[in-house]
Design a protein around this ligand. Structure first.
Ligand code: DGY
Length: 328
């Protein structure tokens, strides 16, 4: 029997590619950059499965162009690049990669919290540019992390891992979450639930955001939210870029309304080279790498491969975001 045809939108861990190549007739997009839209629309015309990344927009137009498509497996926990209701209408199952990147992403959010609060990237630029003339009492002062107040906006799996790590710094940890309160974790990790976002923002020394991108969270953090923060506040986002209004962030950083920011994600990725944020010293801009450890990216790839292969067999992918397609 002919093997199902799949298109894999980027190179990834060989282990995962081997799994897919064994089970399917695989076409792999070898470029470092994603397939351009017109190419992707052609590639999907006769495929049964697509292994996509968050850079590939999987919308109604693409699904209409792919009459045989049964499964879209996204190598990411987030799936805001996919129109899931539309996939469900088309009878296409969608897989994602939750869980395996939780701790790695939390580690990186902490890297941003610490590097931003203590001006690590700025210090490195200072040294390399020859500005370091002597030890100076006033040079590059940042803000203490230990015993400070951490505010977690969106306290799901990643938010809770952030909270765990904060214990080592003797921090007070506040959280705001619109989905559910977590009484057990409040006890276990000493968390304090803050019902109103602005109350959390005004109390926290460090604010870290971990919400999914949805209509309700687009520009969740904008002018009024930055105005609510302390002038010494450090703001970190490693969720999705559009959760933050970048123009408002620029104003807040430029005017000294907040102390500094660390972003792993931006509204447009990659950030355009003429974006005014790039002119500021009090921001660290990372290229969406929070989950980029060797071990985690390998696990994400093999998990995406397993979702793809199961979906092609008509089985429930181990991690499926629209199981109703197969439950009908
Ligand atoms: C995800 O998985 O959603 C991340 O943003 C990429 O690791």
């Amino acid at each position: 029997m002919a093997k199902p045809k799949v298109f894999v939108a980027r190179k990834m861990a060989q282990e995962a590619l081997d799994m897919i190549a064994d089970a399917t007739e695989m076409e792999l997009w070898e470029d470092e950059l994603p397939p351009p839209r017109d190419v992707l629309l052609k590639k999907v015309q006769d495929i049964d499965g697509l292994l996509s990344l968050l850079t590939d927009k999987v919308d109604a137009e693409l699904m209409d162009a792919a009459p045989k498509l049964k499964v879209v497996s996204n190598m990411a926990v987030g799936f805001d690049n996919i129109d899931v209701p539309e996939a469900t209408k088309h009878g296409i199952v969608v897989g994602n990669t939750p869980g395996v990147l939780t701790e790695t992403t939390a580690d990186f959010a902490w890297a941003l919290i610490m590097a931003t609060g203590r001006r690590v990237a700025e210090g490195d630029r200072w040294t390399r540019s020859g500005k370091w003339k002597t030890w100076g009492p006033m040079i590059l002062q940042g803000h203490d992390i230990h015993h400070a107040t951490l505010g977690i906006v969106g306290c799901g799996r990643i938010g809770l891992e952030i909270a765990k790590r904060a214990r080592g710094f003797d921090m007070k940890v506040l959280y705001h979450d619109t989905i559910r309160r977590k009484p057990e974790e409040e006890k276990e990790l000493g968390l304090e639930f803050i019902p109103k976002l602005h109350d959390l923002l005004s109390k926290a020394d460090f604010v870290t955001v971990h919400v999914p991108l949805m209509a309700e969270t687009r520009h969740l953090i904008s002018t009024a939210e930055f105005a609510a923060m302390k002038p010494t506040a450090v703001f970190v986002n490693s969720s999705r870029g559009p959760v933050v209004d970048q123009k408002a962030l620029y104003q807040a950083l430029k005017s000294g309304q907040i102390f500094a920011a660390g972003l792993d994600v931006t509204e447009v990725e990659p950030i355009p080279m003429d974006d005014p944020l790039l002119t500021l010293d009090n921001i660290i801009l990372a290229p969406h790498i929070a989950s980029a450890s060797v071990a985690t990216r390998t696990k994400m790839a093999t998990m995406a491969a397993a979702n793809l292969i199961a979906g092609l067999k008509g089985e429930m992918p181990p991690n499926c975001v629209n199981p109703e397609v197969l439950q009908k």
